[in-house]
Design a binder for this molecule. Structure first.
Ligand SMILES: Nc1ncnc2c1ncn2[C@@H]1O[C@H](COP(=O)(O)OP(=O)(O)OP(=O)(O)O)[C@@H](O)[C@H]1O
Length: 618
């Protein structure tokens, strides 16, 4: 894959918001529409309640004060109507908060599901370029803030917007002149809010980014804890952590400083507004410039309270929305990262002999027919060039021809390109030029899944999962029976140590098998590859020293694994490769010598120097 396509671009916040809304509405249209309707009803009920105050005072209370024997029944009825209006508001509020909370939960699950599915299709290069901690942070912090925004900030924001619209309409109906005064003060406060939200949004974004870095750093340090301790790097690590943490704290403090400034400002704008309206309303009424009754002044004052409240709500929610949008951007970035391209048409199927031991490639032909090619394990590299990054070539003109069942050893100094050559086979990365054929078929024509099905890998560092020993072995082929799992373990020479475990095959592995020895982990990995029973194997020999008995077992397990298969061994010890059919000596991404042991010794070249100890591998 072209690495350039992984380059990140930062979309605009408005684009992210639109995309998010589209996603929410598109996924749960009916509940979302229901919530919006409830939001509108709730806002309308609140405003209607305030407006009703005018009628209550002017039409019921004031006339009562002028009656000699007051009749309170109409007043009681009016109060009941007002209570009913508020009750409708309360029910509507309950409906929208509940709906949005449920919707938020569902969306959270869906987003995590989508992210996980997408993540599994991403090419390895994505993970070369992104910290694990940073990716994890998208699953946790970013999804959490996003969910909070959907379930709380957006409904409250919409509620406030509708409140504002209804309040302004109500105010105009009471007194256009007082409304004008209110609006002037409102515009002033908007200016202040905008300045503050722009500033805080910048720091909120930085804060999320920095949090990703802090998480990434902690993850890395947890993984490398032993190395840190062995080299007494604790002070240096702490210092570096402090630096990340300081920047995080700085961004967080700045973001919150601006955000919290909004609170008192908005609160006081409301008070100032209240006083100004009371004075101005009084002057207008006394001078008779406008028909202002006692009821309308009281209702207007009440509305002015409800006017500043949604503004401060809007500004507050805007902050949460901005913060969540920064997270949404990072989630979308992951979801937009191009997935592995797979144009392969060739698939692998069991051969018709019914034994289940043989497989065929199914190669579609141009005339629509399908050609069956036996899977044998013949691998040919033809003028292959490759680099992980543009402009940097790691493998130079690799030419190798491997017959089915041959054992190929790759030797060379560290960083020579041995692992890289093996990574080309299963298409973890795409070659820049040249071709690699597998039983005469260009591997780019083979579906990646099928290609990877046909080869197993035993890496130096074995990944074990938190499940039983049995299931860890079965990971090689999920359809394997218990018998097959145990046979594979026997062949791998892993049986003895498994039987010594407290519950044998049922023993649970925890924490990536950290309570097993390096050799035992390798034996499990060999058993796993055995159970996969593939025609091609890639074995990366362990570099770390394991005790001689286990090493002998690992070697014997590997020898069993290699029988009858094409095997690529990344060798770190020359003692284990003398019986290889083909030895590739690699130097700075070039194959500088190839042949069998006798041929290379007779050549008196690099291999001879290494073998006779005149040069060392490290
Ligand atoms: N994911 C990657 N991104 C960029 N460069 C890489 C990546 N992996 C390896 N390289 C570089 O490619 C070159 C070959 O690395 P490779 O891992 O193939 O060497 P190796 O011979 O297997 O070494 P070792 O014996 O230490 O495992 C090195 O210079 C290495 O720095």
């Amino acid at each position: 894959m072209d690495t350039k396509t992984v380059t990140k671009t930062t979309p605009k916040r408005s684009t992210t918001l639109m995309r998010l809304l589209k996603f929410v509405v598109g996924t749960y249209k009916a509940p979302f529409i229901m919530a919006v309707i409830a939001i509108i009803i709730s806002a309308a009920a609140a405003v209607e309640g305030s407006l009703f105050l005018q009628r209550l005072i002017d039409d019921y209370i004031v006339p009562l004060t002028k009656q000699k024997s007051p009749n309170f029944t109409p007043l009681l009825q009016a109060i009941l109507i007002m209570a009913a209006i508020y009750l409708v508001g309360v029910i509507a509020t309950f409906v929208f908060t509940q709906t949005m909370a449920i919707l938020g939960q569902r969306l959270q699950k869906k987003i995590r599901d989508d992210m996980f599915t997408h993540m599994q299709s991403l090419p390895i290069i994505y993970f070369d370029q992104n910290d694990y901690g940073d990716v994890m942070s998208r699953y946790t912090n970013d999804v959490d803030t996003l969910m909070q925004m959907i379930s709380q900030s957006i409904p409250q924001f919409l509620n406030s917007v509708f409140m504002l619209i209804f309040v302004i309409s109500g105010m105009i109906s009471l007194s256009p002149m007082l409304t004008l005064v209110t609006l002037v003060i409102f515009l002033l406060s908007i200016g202040i809010v905008r300045t503050l939200t722009t500033r805080s949004s910048h720091y909120f974004k930085e804060q999320q980014k920095q949090l990703g870095k802090v998480n990434g750093f902690v993850e890395e340090m947890l993984n490398g804890l032993k190395v840190v301790k062995v080299f007494s790097h604790e002070p240096a690590v702490k210092k570096e952590f402090d630096e990340y943490n300081d920047v995080y704290q700085y961004d967080s403090a700045k973001a919150n400083a601006y955000a919290t400034m909004l609170f008192p400002i908005m609160g006081n704008v409301g008070n100032v507004l209240y006083v100004l309206i009371a004075i101005f309303g009084g002057i207008v009424a006394i001078n008779g410039w406008s028909v202002l009754t006692l009821g309308s002044i009281a209702a207007f004052l009440q509305l002015s309270r409800s006017f500043s409240q949604p503004i401060s709500q809007i500004s507050q929610q805007l902050n949460s929305i901005v913060l969540a949008l920064a997270g949404a951007e990072r989630i979308f970035q992951l979801q937009d990262s191009p997935i592995e391209v797979d144009d392969g048409q060739v698939t692998i199927v069991p051969a018709a002999d019914g034994t289940g031991n043989n497989w065929n490639w199914q190669v579609p032909q141009t005339d629509g027919s399908v050609k069956q090619v036996p899977v044998e394990g013949r691998i040919v590299f033809d003028h292959v060039n490759f680099g992980y990054l543009p402009g940097q070539t790691v493998l130079h003109d690799i030419n190798v021809s491997v017959e089915p069942g041959q054992k190929v050893a790759l030797v060379g100094q560290t960083g020579a390109g041995k692992t890289t050559i093996s990574s080309m086979l299963n298409r973890f990365y795409e070659i820049n030029s040249g071709t690699i054929t597998y039983d005469g078929i260009d591997i780019r024509q083979i579906r990646k899944d099928d290609l990877r099905h046909s080869m197993a890998i035993v890496l130096q560092s074995t990944n074990l999962f938190s499940t039983s020993v049995r299931e860890n072995i079965r990971y090689g082929r999920l359809s394997a029976t218990d018998d097959e799992v145990e046979k594979a373990a026997e062949l791998a020479h892993a049986e003895d140590f498994i039987n010594d475990l407290s519950q044998g095959y049922a023993t649970q592995i925890d924490g990536d098998g950290s309570d097993l020895s390096q050799g035992q982990r390798q034996l499990l990995a060999i058993a796993r590859a055995n159970v996969a029973d593939t025609p091609v194997m890639i074995l990366d020999e362990a570099t770390s020293s394991i005790d001689t008995r286990t090493e002998r077992m690992v070697q014997a397990g590997m020898d069993n694994l290699m029988k009858g298969r094409t095997t690529f061994v990344i060798a770190h010890r020359l003692s284990t490769i003398a019986n290889s059919d083909l030895i590739l000596v690699i130097d700075h991404g070039h194959i500088i010598e190839q042949g069998n042991h006798q041929q290379l010794i007779a050549k008196h070249g690099e291999y001879y120097q290494l073998y006779t100890g005149k040069k060392s591998l490290n």
